[in-house]
Design a protein around this ligand. Structure first.
Ligand code: NAD
Length: 336
C-alpha cells in the first residue's frame, strides 16, 4: 500500500502522516507514505521530525499545481489524500490569488494527474466554511454551498472540481468537510495556538467583534481518523462531514483558554470584526457516525494537552511568525 499525502508538512496533513507511519490506522501499518508539500510559510519539515527516519517515508518538496512533477510521482500509489491548501481566512482577505491557485487550480491539476496515473482512491479534504453561515440547526452533506470568505470560496471551487471529476471521469474521489481543528503543530496564526503562544509571552490576545461567532471544534486526531475512515469506506463522488462534540462561541473558547493558561480577561483586546465573518457553522455528521465514526478526544482534555504541548515545544513555535493584535475596537460613532 502506497499513500501520497499532499500538504503533509502542514498541521493536519503531518498529523495524518505521522499517525500512518506510527501504525495508527489498522490495516495500514505497513503503508509507504509519500509526503508532497510545497513548504509554504505553513509547511514545516519539523512537523515530520518524529518520523523522518522511517524507511517508509519519502518526502518530496513540490507543488500540486505542477503537472510534470505529479506525472512522475503519482504512478504506483494506491491512494492520494489531499490536505494541501492555503488555509488562513485573514490571509485570503488580504490577498486571494494564492488561494485560488492552490485550492482551485491545484486541486484540478492534482485530480487530472490522478486520473492519468490511474490512482484507484482519492480523498479531498475540505471544510465546513464552504456552506457560509447557519443561524440554527446544522448542515447535511447536500446543503447548498454559499461561501463568504475568499478562502471558503476557493475551497468550494476545489470541492466542485472533485465532484465534477467523479461524475464526468468516474474518478474515485470522496470529499470530507470538517469543523475547526486544534492540536499540536498548528501554525500560531490560528486562534488557539495564537492565543496560547501570546499568553505564554504575556502578550495581549485579540478577540474579533462581540466574540459571539460560533464554531465547532475537533481534535486533529479525530479529524484524521474520520479522513482515514472515508479513505477506506467512502463512496466516489460523495461528501462526508467530520464533526467533534463541541460548539463554542469565541468568547467561550477565549474563557476556556484563559482559564487553562491561568490568565484573566484584562489581557483580551477586542478588535474590529473580520469582514464577512461567518456567525455560525454547524455540521451534521450522522452519515459518518453511521459508518462507525465517533470523536474520541473530549475538548477540555484535548485543549489542556494542546496547551501543554505548546508550553513544552517553545522551540517549535518561537521561530514562526505570529500576528500581533490588530488595532483595538473603536467605540461606536467614534470618528478617530
Ligand atoms: P496548513 O496551512 O497547516 O497546511 C497546509 C499545507 O499545505 C502546508 O504544509 C503547505 O506548505 C501545503 N501547501 C499549500 N499549498 C500547496 C501547494 N500548492 N502544493 C503543495 N503543498 C501546498 O493547513 P491545515 O490546517 O493543516 O489544513 C489542511 C487541510 O484541511 C486544508 O485543505 C484545509 O482547508 C482543511 N481543513 C482545515 C481545518 C482547520 O481547522 N485547520 C478545518 C477543516 C478543513
Amino acid at each position: 500500500m502506497r499513500v501520497l499525502v499532499t500538504g503533509g508538512a502542514g498541521f493536519i496533513g503531518s498529523h495524518y502522516a505521522r499517525t500512518l507511519l506510527a501504525g495508527g490506522y489498522p490495516g495500514y501499518e505497513d503503508a509507504d507514505v509519500t509526503v508532497l508539500d510545497a513548504l509554504t510559510y505553513a509547511g514545516n519539515p519539523a512537523n515530520l521530525a518524529q518520523v523522518s527516519a522511517s524507511p517508509r517515508l519519502t518526502f518530496v518538496t513540490g507543488n500540486i499545481c505542477d503537472p510534470r512533477l505529479l506525472a512522475e510521482l503519482l504512478p504506483g500509489h494506491d491512494a492520494v489524500v489531499n490536505f494541501a491548501a492555503e488555509t488562513h481566512v485573514d490571509r485570503s482577505i488580504a490577498g486571494a490569488a494564492e488561494f485560488v491557485t492552490s485550492n482551485v487550480t491545484g486541486v484540478q491539476v492534482l485530480l487530472d494527474a490522478c486520473m492519468r496515473a490511474g490512482i484507484p482512491r482519492i480523498v479531498h479534504v475540505s471544510t465546513d466554511e464552504v456552506y457560509g453561515s447557519i443561524a440554527a440547526g446544522s448542515w447535511s452533506e447536500d446543503a447548498p454551498l454559499s461561501p463568504n470568505s475568499p478562502y471558503a470560496a476557493a475551497k468550494a471551487g476545489g470541492d466542485l472540481m472533485a465532484l465534477a471529476y467523479a461524475r464526468t471521469h468516474g474518478l474515485d474521489v470522496s470529499i470530507t468537510r470538517c469543523c475547526n481543528n486544534y492540536g499540536p503543530y498548528q501554525y500560531p496564526e490560528k486562534v488557539i495556538p495564537l492565543f496560547v503562544t501570546r499568553l505564554a509571552d504575556g502578550d495581549p490576545v485579540p478577540l474579533y467583534g462581540d466574540g459571539l461567532n460560533v464554531r465547532g471544534w475537533i481534535h486533529v486526531d479525530d479529524h484524521c481518523r474520520g479522513v482515514q475512515l472515508v479513505l477506506e469506506k467512502g463512496k466516489p463522488g460523495a461528501v462526508y462531514h467530520i464533526n467533534g462534540d463541541t460548539e463554542l462561541t469565541n468568547r467561550e473558547l477565549t474563557a476556556a483558554i484563559l482559564d487553562a493558561c491561568g490568565a484573566t480577561w484584562d489581557i483580551v483586546v477586542p478588535v474590529t470584526d473580520r469582514p464577512g465573518h461567518d456567525r455560525r457553522y454547524c455540521l451534521d455528521d450522522s452519515l459518518l457516525r453511521s459508518m462507525g465514526y465517533a470523536p474520541r478526544i473530549a475538548f477540555p482534555g484535548g485543549l489542556k494537552a494542546t496547551i501543554d504541548w505548546y508550553a513544552a515545544n517553545r522551540g517549535w513555535w518561537e521561530p514562526l511568525q505570529r500576528p500581533g493584535p490588530p488595532p483595538p475596537l473603536r467605540p461606536a460613532g467614534a470618528t478617530r
